[in-house]
Design a protein around this ligand. Structure first.
Ligand SMILES: Cc1cc2nc3c(=O)[nH]c(=O)nc-3n(C[C@H](O)[C@H](O)[C@H](O)COP(=O)(O)OP(=O)(O)OC[C@H]3O[C@@H](n4cnc5c(N)ncnc54)[C@H](O)[C@@H]3O)c2cc1C
Length: 460
């Protein structure tokens, strides 16, 4: 690297971060790539733990995953790659990251690409904090990375393509699937078909999952209006309110999820602006088609910008890297950039179809029972949020957090923030946007604290 080369830092080595790193190297730079995982690949191309063989589950293309990881590791001489390193804070021009040993180091950056991926989104339901309840991603990670299932008879509850994919993956792995309960209806999928045809391969995978589940005689319930997870020391079943009346399915574990939410905490610390996506109720970071945020030299790509899937993440990582090269005055291929943007359009269209086929169950979230726990870190129930909104006449979610401790725990509201905002908005009778979004606080991930023993005479 020439001494005066600008330092480009890439946070995340999933499909987006890996594609960006490769493009930056092609552009003559030596990026610094940080990922909290011990190996590259991100969520979709997660490597099996230890010596386990890659799994042959539907939707998990082990060959593509292996090729992408190998291509990235082959660049090892030309990038500064730090696995097992979590970025915990960022300001303009600087960031702080915790290494595998718990030590926190500071580095400067001239351009920053945040490719931090997404998280499962959940709607708090009665019983969702019982032992034996997992997010869809958690259940999938147990299967794909650790080779074990979260239960012997697992119920799948929520909506979205991941619900069906995760259920089919468990079926193939030999797990009994108690039920697939989806809040969406078949009619939505029909209306979404023209947009879903934008990615025939993914549509075909979805239909294959459905056929597999049907073929195996798995009970499928759509249009779920209400649901509760039952149990005591562990899950014993799912109770559903369907159009045909109440139904109960026995199971010893439940996987829940209603879509994905971008991980945007670092962008938030950098004062990047966000816009509310009215359909899903998710705040998305503002960025142009190339991934430039309005904050100078800060870029975003992949699911962390907007969840569009692994292929789109790789395209957007490559596009953002070209934008970085352009903005720092390096030669960049304008035609390649235009081609990438055209390809990305197709994924945006498919995502529009998915949003129509699997609409976010806003009614379920708005109608959370007052004794249902919303913030599981701090044990705050929905009733405490409504009581605070009524007593203090405030509906802004950060004020609600200060009053109730909702979102103040170790996950910093990643799981409960959206639900808390909707409950506050519904209670106050204002639009969701007016409840705002929980602000991130540094460190964005818990840091280990070491207690140093002080000799008694030193204290005296
Ligand atoms: C729970 C879950 C399950 C999914 N399952 C499927 C599936 O089965 N099939 C499918 O097609 N798609 C699935 N997806 C979507 C798919 O994973 C993504 O579309 C794709 O992986 C996005 O690539 P990405 O590079 O944007 O993010 P990711 O692949 O998520 O990579 C982001 C990387 O950033 C790292 N990171 C995040 N924050 C920090 C930080 N502060 N410091 C350091 N590193 C950080 C993470 O460790 C991760 O490796 C899933 C997504 C999620 C969230």
């Amino acid at each position: 690297m020439v001494k005066s080369d600008p330092l480009v830092v890439v946070v995340g080595a999933g499909p987006a971060g890996m594609a960006a790193a490769r493009t930056l190297v092609e552009g003559g730079l030596r990026p610094l790539v940080l990922d909290k995982q011990p190996a590259p690949g991100g969520r979709m191309w997660q490597q099996p733990a230890g010596s386990r063989q890659p799994c042959g589950l539907p939707g998990h293309d082990a060959e593509t995953a292996e090729r992408a990881r190998k291509e990235f590791l082959d660049l090892a001489e030309r990038i500064d790659w730090y696995p097992g390193t979590t970025v915990v804070d960022a300001t303009r021009g600087r960031l702080w990251a915790m290494g595998p040993g718990g030590e926190v180091d500071e580095t400067s950056w001239d351009a920053l690409l945040v490719a931090a991926g997404a998280l499962d989104r959940v709607v708090p339901l009665p019983g969702w904090t019982l032992p034996g309840v997992y997010t869809l991603g958690g259940a999938q990670t147990a299967l794909k990375a650790l080779g074990c299932a979260v239960g012997r008879r697992v119920g799948f509850l929520g909506t979205g393509p991941l619900l069906w994919l995760a259920a089919a993956q468990h079926l193939v792995a030999g797990v009994e699937v108690a039920v697939v309960a989806d809040t969406s209806r078949w009619t939505g999928a029909m209306r979404a078909l023209p947009d879903l045809l934008a990615d025939r391969a993914r549509l075909a995978l979805g239909l294959r999952c459905l056929r597999m589940l049907r073929g195996a005689g798995v009970p499928i319930r759509r249009g779920i209006r209400a649901a509760a997870i039952e149990g005591g020391e562990n899950v014993t079943g799912i109770a559903l309110a369907t159009r045909r009346g109440p139904r109960r399915f026995a199971c010893d574990a439940v996987a829940i999820g209603v879509g994905l939410v971008p991980q945007t905490q670092l962008l938030d610390l950098l004062d990047a602006p966000f816009d509310l996506d009215a359909e899903s109720g998710v705040w998305l970071p503002r960025a142009d088609r190339a991934g430039r945020t309005p904050v100078e030299k800060v870029f975003v790509a992949g699911d962390g910008a907007r969840p569009l899937g692994a292929a789109a993440a790789a395209l957007s990582g490559e596009r953002a890297a070209l934008a970085i090269l352009e903005d720092i005055g390096r030669p960049f291929d304008r035609d390649r950039a235009a081609r990438l943007e055209r390809d990305l359009e197709r994924h945006v269209r498919f995502a529009r179809g998915l949003a129509r086929a699997f609409p976010f169950p806003a009614g379920l979230e708005a109608g959370i029972a007052s004794d249902t726990v919303v913030c599981r870190c701090e044990g705050v129930a929905a009733g405490a949020i409504t009581a605070a909104v009524r007593a203090f006449g405030c509906h802004e979610v950060n004020a609600v957090k200060a009053l109730t401790r909702c979102g103040m725990g170790r996950c910093q509201g990643r799981l409960c923030g959206l639900a808390a905002a909707r409950i506050a908005a519904v209670t106050a009778g204002v639009a969701l946007a007016e409840a705002g979004r929980l602000r991130a606080q540094a460190p964005i991930e818990p840091l280990p604290a070491r207690v140093r023993r002080t000799a008694p005479d030193a204290v005296a």
